[in-house]
Ligand binder design. Structure first.
Ligand code: PGA
Length: 245
């Protein structure tokens, strides 16, 4: 794991965008694994700005998102399909046919998840997987558990995730209770992982990810075993980690 300490959210977003941009310049047909949540929004805005200036071309890139709420249509403003359009895809020159998000609108969890595994496998897995981290150490919607998950599967969201995500819904009862998520094993197949964290509420999860035991009680801790994982975090998120980082 390489830990990069940034001053603040803006600095983190710009540096993360630099790494993704370099990936796309070096390999124009990169397969990118993408994430939703508040954390990557600044990175997406920076990439969109560079794209509009002609400095970062997404026309040959394909993308695979980590997860989607079960039961939301693609046009639902709370869906991750919608989030990705508004925050990224509609601002860059990507071909929407090359963007993929698990199909939360398909009530058949088994069919939706195995189809997603198949297309991610056929794409050869991400060259670069962008991740956020939950306050409970989750990656994607892989919540703390007694085992690490493998492929895409349907999960019951934990109370802490429902609580954290309720800020984006009118009321807590509106937060879907289930989601389809790429599994931890699939995330580990990415050739590079870039995990972002900002703010003091992520400090314990970042410490556990980097220095805790490698255990499914903190799903992100498995990244200690990844051969090319970059943790990009601001001062506040690294406040529980040794100062040398
Ligand atoms: P956040 O979510 O970026 O909105 O904090 C991160 C996550 O839950 O993975």
């Amino acid at each position: 794991m390489k830990i990069i300490r940034t001053k603040d959210y803006k600095d983190m977003s710009r540096k993360a965008a630099n790494i993704i941009s370099a990936q796309v310049i070096l390999k124009p047909d990169s397969v990118l694994g993408l994430a939703t949540g508040s954390t990557p929004i600044g990175t997406y805005s920076q990439l969109a700005e560079w794209n509009q200036k002609g400095d970062c071309d997404f026309s040959h890139v394909s993308t695979y998102n980590l997860d989607e709420y079960r039961g939301l249509t693609h046009s639902d403003p709370q869906s991750y399909h919608y989030f990705m359009r508004v925050n990224f895809f509609d601002k860059i020159n990507i071909d929407l046919a090359n963007t993929h998000v698990p199909d939360g609108a398909n009530p058949d969890a088994q069919a939706a998840c195995s189809h997603y595994d198949q297309i991610v496998r056929e794409a050869g897995y991400p060259d670069l997987q962008l991740l956020g981290i939950g306050r409970n150490g989750h990656i994607g919607f892989n919540e703390p558990d007694d085992h690490f998950s493998k492929g895409t599967h349907c999960v019951d969201l934990t109370e802490s995730t429902i609580e954290a995500n309720s800020r984006l819904f009118e009321k807590k009862e509106d937060v879907p209770r289930q989601a389809y998520t790429m599994g931890v094993q699939t995330i580990m197949y990415a050739r590079m992982v870039l995990i972002l964290a900002s703010g003091p509420e992520k400090a314990q999860a970042v410490y556990d990810m980097c220095y805790g035991p490698i255990a499914p009680s903190c799903p992100a801790s498995i990244l200690q075993l990844h051969q090319n994982c970059i943790v990009m975090a601001d001062e506040a998120a690294l406040s529980k980690c040794p100062a040398a980082e």
